[in-house]
Unconditional design. Structure first.
Lengths: 254, 409
């Protein structure tokens, strides 16, 4: 609990992107990704334009490109899947590099790669410029049910605590000479998971009692009720509106 | 396995988003009931901390690596586990929150695919596993063992169910023309394998929780037997040895917990020691049962055994290996090729040969074992080395390490 409650992707800064209210940013990213997904895959130039838009936002936020690119590596498993696609899909085949590749499979691989990469890039950008608490507050302002927001905030708050419990149990196992090599050791690991569940649940009961004794009745008081101004909304909407224009051009030129 | 953006087209993404939102709305209402516990009026205020901590648990347990061997490892998805431990509504909530946070904070799984991910990983696995679990528990006898079996089957089925639903969604809104039959077979095949792992881990985890806090397992709440009050003579100072029945409450609780851990962990691998209290009594029963089953198989079931060559023989035959096979040295013996030469009826001859063969093997094996154990006993009684019997010692050590994490709790 000694460490700051910032998550791994966040990068502190004071850029215009950082300063925008969280709910405008979440709405903008969601609209942007929806627009990207709705773009026809044949309009290849459109995806280049989207990438340029994201790069412009990234430059504005002054988050180093290295930070963004290394965090985008989470996408790698799907790249592997996309690479497989031209080999398993059916339909007319084309010859390329001495292999017979399915035409629709190539289009599908391109589709997943382009749209998935843009989606991951947009999410990483959002997470890099928005604090954890801000994201939760933003979700609440976007009319997500308050109970769900509370559950999410409890999960975030105690996620590190539970992960630390698990780390201590791992230390206890290791210091007793345990090494997990294969399926035979699963029962020990599963008992760890069971003990972890009991500890997590009992901690939840204790947290509940502690909160009730401090006057909790099921709703959290909202600290700040600052709504976003019209200028903030319009500057956040710049990204999805530009993307929408690109998308419409893509459909029109098809 | 999180679905990324662009995998399914926009209409299907929006539709699954609506399904996910409806499921979460229903779960928010249902979770208050599930988490209310004993005091019904506490529903609303207990939901957030408990569901939040369960979500944190699911998030953490997904980081627990289970080595498969050869350097690879897998992790739990947790749908079935959450459904069994905390109930379907809370399970859906916890998994949805975990997926939401993974999408927003870790960019794991696309934002537009969030509805799809919640529908598949959250709703389908939880609902499928809980439905199967309740149905099985209702059918099976009311015992701890049947809870374990139901947990195994429900966790096993939940993963291919999600894979099948994913294939259905892909048929509706997939972005590449991949042959659907092939996709379905591949997905079901791979995910059945994953499901076996998920089932093993889920079963062992549920068993571990059942052994320590059976009241916490939501799906098994109705199965707890009420405590029985046994009265016995009370020990008075100087009145001789205390009868066994005087210490009922503590003894019953400890024995039930040990037998539970024994029976539940019996399903997940050979590394378990059986419950020590029941070992001497049941050994003879197991032996007799095994003998009966062997004789039954050898004598009766072999009537119906396939006359076709087995896999190895067949491969050998196809690739011409068998031409180099020499006739066995005992081919002329009275029991050659699993039949008795002088009996004409093929079935009877095969069955008798089976019985005789099994009996001979058994006699030979028992003889070897008896000789070996006599020697070992002789060495142990004579011996300076007080080494424990190899198998018993190993089993005890395994079970001790197994208890360690729980013991820390």
């Amino acid at each position: 609990m000694g460490a700051g409650h910032a998550h791994r992707l966040y990068r502190h800064g004071h850029s215009p992107v950082h300063r925008l209210p969280a709910h405008t940013k979440i709405a903008a990213v969601l609209a942007f990704v929806l627009t990207v997904v709705a773009t026809p895959r044949e309009a290849m130039w459109a995806f280049g334009a989207y990438a340029l838009l994201l790069a412009a936002v990234a430059a504005l936020s002054r988050v180093p490109a290295r930070h963004l690119l290394t965090r985008m590596l989470i996408e790698v498993p799907f790249v592997a899947f996309a690479v497989l696609m031209p080999f398993v899909a059916q339909g007319p085949h084309v010859e390329a590099l001495g292999m017979s590749l399915s035409e629709s499979g190539l289009w599908g691989a391109w589709n997943v790669l382009a749209k998935g990469t843009l989606g991951v890039a947009a999410s990483v950008l959002l997470a890099s410029t928005t604090e954890l608490r801000e994201i939760l507050l933003g979700l609440q302002r976007l009319r997500m049910p308050p109970l769900l927001v509370q559950i999410a905030s409890f999960m975030i708050r105690y996620g590190d605590v539970i992960a630390d419990e698990m780390r201590r149990m791992r230390l206890a196992r290791v210091s007793r000479g345990f090494t997990a090599r294969g399926v035979r050791q699963w029962s020990v690991l599963a008992k760890t998971a069971g003990a972890l569940f009991i500890r997590a649940y009992e901690r939840g009961e204790r947290v509940h009692l502690a909160m009730v004794s401090r006057g909790y009745t099921g709703t959290m008081p909202t600290a700040d009720e600052t709504a976003a101004t019209r200028t903030q909304w319009s500057s956040a909407a710049a990204l999805p509106l530009a993307a929408l224009a690109v998308c419409l051009m893509g459909w029109w030129t098809l | 396995m999180h679905v990324p953006d662009g995998f399914l087209n926009a209409p299907v993404s929006v539709a699954t988003g609506a399904v996910a939102a409806a499921a979460v709305a229903v779960s928010l209402r249902g979770a208050r009931r599930e988490l209310a516990g004993a005091a019904a009026h506490h529903g609303a205020e207990r939901t957030a901390p408990l569901a939040g901590l369960v979500a944190a648990f699911v998030f953490a347990v997904q980081m627990l690596n289970f080595p498969v061997g050869a350097g690879t490892s897998g992790h739990l998805m947790g749908g079935a586990l959450a459904a069994i431990l905390v109930g379907p509504y809370t399970g859906v909530l916890a998994l949805s929150v975990v997926l939401l946070m993974q999408a927003l904070l870790f960019a794991d799984g696309g934002l537009t695919a969030l509805g799809t991910n919640i529908t598949l990983i959250g709703v389908v696995t939880v609902v499928a596993s809980y439905a199967v679990f309740r149905a099985l528990v209702r059918v099976l006898p009311r015992r701890r063992g049947s809870v374990t079996a139901a947990a195994f089957v429900s966790a096993l089925l939940s993963v291919p169910a999600a894979a099948a639903v994913f294939t259905g969604l892909y048929a509706l809104g997939g972005t590449a023309e991949v042959p659907l039959g092939k996709v379905l077979t591949a997905m079901l095949g791979v995910h059945t394998l994953i499901g076996v792992g998920e089932a093993l881990i889920t079963t062992a985890t549920v068993g571990a929780v059942l052994a320590v806090r059976p009241d916490l397992v939501y799906a098994a709440r109705g199965l707890a037997r009420p405590l029985v009050l046994r009265s016995g003579p009370v020990a008075t100072p100087g009145a001789g040895p205390v009868p066994q029945a005087a210490t009922t409450s503590t003894t019953t609780s400890t024995t039930t917990s040990t037998t539970t851990s024994g029976t539940t962990s019996g399903t997940d691998g050979p590394a378990e020691a059986p419950a020590p209290a029941t070992r001497p009594a049941s050994a003879r029963k197991v032996w007799a049962g095994g003998l009966a089953a062997t004789l039954l198989c050898a004598g009766v079931v072999s009537f119906y055994a396939s006359g076709a060559p087995d896999g190895l023989e067949r491969v050998a035959g196809e690739y011409g290996i068998s031409t180099e096979e020499e006739e066995h040295g005992l081919a002329g013996s009275p029991l050659a090729d699993y039949g008795i030469a002088s009996i004409a009826d093929e079935r009877l001859s095969g069955g008798l040969a089976g019985v005789i063969g099994a009996g001979t093997t058994l006699a030979a094996g028992t003889g070897v074992l008896v000789v070996a154990s006599r020697r070992r006993n002789a060495r142990a009684t004579a011996g300076a080395a007080a080494a424990p019997a190899a198998d018993g010692g190993a089993g005890r050590a395994e079970s001790d390490t197994g208890r360690t994490p729980a013991g820390n709790a």
